[in-house]
Design a protein around this ligand. Sequence first.
Ligand code: BDR
Ligand code: CA
Length: 314
Amino acid sequence: MSKAVILDCDPGHDDAIAIMLALASDSLDVRLITVSAGNSSIEKTTLNAMKVVSFLGKEVEVAAGAIKPLRREVQPDIETHGESGLDGPELPAPSFLLSSRTALEAQAAVLRESEEKVTIIPTGPLTNVALLLSAHPELTDKIERIVLMGGACFGGNWLPDAEFNIMIDPEAADIVFRSGVPITMCGLDVTLKAQIFPDEFEIFRKMTNKTGPLVAELLDFFHKSTTPPFMAEEGHEEGAHMHDICAVAWAIAPELFVTKNLNVQIETEGRLTLGCTVVDYNNVFGLSPNADVCFDIDRKGFLQLLIDNISTLL
Ligand code: BDR
Ligand code: CA
């Protein structure tokens, strides 16, 4: 039986591939895609999500979410994802209309109407999920689990100790991590290990469908924009980091991951550490665990999962 899921994303190159994996997989039943502002403005991330779904020839409702984080401004990551939020390959205009419902309305309706519990997979800032949990506490027990890309036990990528998705809307992340809903956190500890290397891009480029070559082009851009030039100069081999794809992959095949059940709190005030996911690895605070934090991945198995699924698409 497939798992009912809602994707909440901000495409973004890795979000785009995460959408592809989710829509390809027989194990997932994607009921709705909602969009957050994050890598780019809500207008751009929404357009990008619709373009990806249209390209795949799939029919899924796409609903736009909040125009900005709960208490802060949008900070588009142009360096990583370009002006459009999905620079690189040219995608045709969407072939369907944006939902007339807001992300909040659509998420609440999907949860309310679902007979089984629904897994939410956020791969952008957690604004939409926090709004849902705040506006509809009565629906919390309809959520099976929140499997998110965000945070890190060790380190950061936007600040020394903060990851982009959490740092952009720390107040939203705080609401999510305090919600009591089971959480799987695919943070930088695992996503930096989930790399795909340039010679492996060719597997996708050579696929005979049209989606495989698109994945290769997205990886080309994302790899260039996220690999500092000094690495190449020093001969350091670094692949494309498959951040958001990890969250979808966990929902399909959790056995590929190594996790530890830990307590995670969000820093919402730190002068230097805003958006830090404080993962209490040694249980210093003595608080109950609230998240399964991913630390490792079977990289080859992950790559094979992606290959098998992308090759089934148009
Ligand atoms: C996260 O930030 C964005 O650039 C990616 O889409 C991913 O969700 C990684 O920190
Ligand atoms: Ca993302």
